[in-house]
Design a protein around this ligand. Structure first.
Ligand code: SME
Length: 189
């Protein structure tokens, strides 16, 4: 059944994203599509990576912690180990960072640029064991789609050496095409 949910969600995501859009807009709409398209979840959003940490990006849900060190929490573990981390019961994940006390299970899927993690997609649920294999497969496919719409994920993007946040938060991050565009190389006005 979940497979059909993810097929619909994939199509909805395709329709919502445009790779010419600024990264912050892509991630904002992606978070909204996931938050409203999935049942029994209480948080969906992104953390963006720089050299030393993950920083809160566009999301839907309750306010969340802003900075997560690489290797810490579920998000930092997924980023450091370059793999999806699926947590059936957050109370049994050592080092889990509780942003919303209602969260009981969680899945974190990395997004990459040339094999380096540039961001993670994080989804929380108030239900224990909410996410399984089909969720992982569906969300990894959707994460790939989101990644392909991000200027930050493009190899030629000079603002993102090793996964810098420049493409979204730096000069040009809010220009269509992100830091890769001509506008992106101009000074901020
Ligand atoms: N639980 C996450 C922190 C982010 S919030 O869930 C939105 C973690 O342990 O990394």
């Amino acid at each position: 059944m979940d497979r059909y949910v993810y097929e619909d969600l994939y199509r909805e995501m395709e329709a919502a994203l445009d790779e010419g859009d600024p990264d912050v807009s892509v991630l904002s709409n992606a978070a909204a599509v996931l938050y409203h398209g999935l049942e029994r979840i209480n948080w969906a959003g992104f953390y963006l990576r720089d050299e030393e940490a993950l920083w809160l990006g566009p999301f839907q849900g309750k306010p969340a912690c802003v900075r997560i060190a690489l290797g810490k929490g579920v998000c930092g573990t997924a980023a450091a180990e370059k793999r999806t981390v699926l947590v059936e019961d957050v109370h049994r994940f050592a080092g889990h960072i509780a942003c919303d006390a209602a969260s009981r299970s969680e899945i974190v899927v990395p997004l990459y640029r040339e094999g380096e993690v540039i961001a993670v997609l994080d989804i929380d649920s108030p239900e224990e064991g909410r996410f399984g294999r089909e969720d992982q497969e569906g969300l990894e496919r959707i994460a790939g789609l989101i990644q392909s719409a991000l200027a930050l994920a493009r190899p030629q993007n000079p603002a993102a050496p090793g996964g810098s946040l420049g493409g979204i938060f730096g000069p040009g991050g809010f220009e269509p095409g992100g830091a890769e565009s001509e506008a992106g190389r101009r000074e901020t006005r």
